[in-house]
Ligand binder design. Structure first.
Ligand SMILES: Nc1ncnc2c1ncn2[C@@H]1O[C@H](COP(=O)(O)OP(=O)(O)OP(=O)(O)O)[C@@H](O)[C@H]1O
Ligand code: SF4
Ligand SMILES: [Mg+2]
Length: 321
């Protein structure tokens, strides 16, 4: 049994203009100690997927189908009460732009103490919670003496470490980091990801890194999933995704990133735009941009098929296969 298994997940948003097909038929697994990177352009459904795993989707969202199995239990079937025992303790999340979400009027340490006490109830006295925060500070590479400082006394990198500490507060088995470093400079990004990677190994956690920039997360991800317009179009071991991409979209991303270690670039080299998810194209959603598209691509949705081992891709005319 996988630590986390997502099966055929489909999520929509109701809007005045119609239904946004934000996540469609997404499946993957995550094991203990494993790091999965999820990559794709803005609006492809990364955050929607992450919020669904936490059961924190906005009011206008609904799950149309699929399963989210955490330690074998389908989270979509739990009551809110049962879900409260899973959220933060089983699966925790560092939200997109979280470093700006620290409350400016409270000391950073106190905010984490409060988070611990809120989620753990009476299990921790103030003193125990304070001790835990000290440990968490050390874990994420913050000097525990800075516990009593206010957020504005922290650099951006320190604030991001603090929100990671907060997500780790209840010893989760899975941590989802949604664009954990986007606002930071490259060297700080790299340091924070390496630290998080060390923590993953030390605590044997499953980690899902989310980014629009594959170069940022490739080095710390065992496997990479590529999302396009609400679909997971390819997933596999990181080296294979780079060396032997089967989906033309993945191949396009790779040519935008000639080197994993190269300078940061935006995903702008594939001509065209992702579709409006109110009216996604029929068949393969990438077909309007795909140089290899044929009639079948315009009509039938390609299934996510196994190529070698754990490497899967959804394409009627796969490359290098
Ligand atoms: N609350 C909402 N109501 C309606 N539509 C939404 C809502 N939140 C997101 N969407 C739409 O759902 C789709 C997926 O959005 P999502 O935020 O999950 O993408 P993302 O991959 O996280 O993008 P980014 O890289 O910009 O963070 C987009 O088309 C977006 O416009
Ligand atoms: S299914 Fe067709 S349109 Fe879609 S990526 Fe493959 S070749 Fe291109
Ligand atoms: Mg997002």
């Amino acid at each position: 049994m996988a630590l986390l298994e997502v099966r055929n997940l489909r999520i929509r948003y109701r809007t005045k203009k119609g239904e946004v097909h934000a996540v469609d038929d997404v499946s993957f697994t995550l094991e203990r100690g494993e790091a999965l990177g999820l990559v794709g352009e803005s609006g492809c459904g990364k955050t929607t997927l992450a919020l669904a795993l936490m059961r924190l989707l906005p009011e206008n969202a609904y799950v149309l189908g699929g399963e989210i199995l955490f330690q074998g239990r389908n989270l979509l079937e739990l009551s809110e009460e049962e879900m409260r025992r899973v959220r933060w303790k089983g699966i925790a999340m560092v939200f997109q732009a979280a470093m700006n979400s620290l409350n400016p009027v409270y000391r950073v340490g106190d905010q984490i103490i409060e988070a611990i006490q809120t989620h753990q109830g009476d299990a921790f006295s103030i003193e125990e919670a304070r001790k835990k925060v000290r440990e968490l500070f050390e874990l994420v590479g913050l000097n525990p003496r800075r516990m009593n400082d206010y957020p504005h006394e922290y650099s951006g990198g320190m604030r991001q470490r603090a929100v990671i500490a907060m997500a780790l507060a209840c010893d989760p088995a899975v941590i989802i980091a949604d664009e954990p470093t986007t606002a930071l400079d490259v060297i700080i990004q790299d340091r924070i990801l390496r630290r998080l990677d060390k923590i993953r190994a030390q605590l044997n956690m499953g980690v899902i890194y989310i980014s629009h920039d594959i170069a940022v997360i490739a080095e710390v991800s065992h496997k990479v999933g590529i999302m396009y317009a609400g679909n997971l179009v390819e997933i596999g071991p990181t080296a294979e995704i780079f060396q032997n991409p089967h989906h033309p979209y993945t191949a396009g991303l790779m040519s935008a990133f000639p080197s994993i270690r190269g300078e940061k670039r935006e995903l702008t080299t594939i001509p065209g735009e992702p579709p409006n998810l109110l009216t996604p194209p029929p068949g393969c959603r990438f077909h309007p941009r795909c140089p290899y598209a044929t009639a079948v691509c315009r009509e039938k949705v390609p299934p996510l098929e196994v190529f070698e081992g754990e490497h899967r891709a959804a394409c009627w005319h796969p490359l290098n296969a």
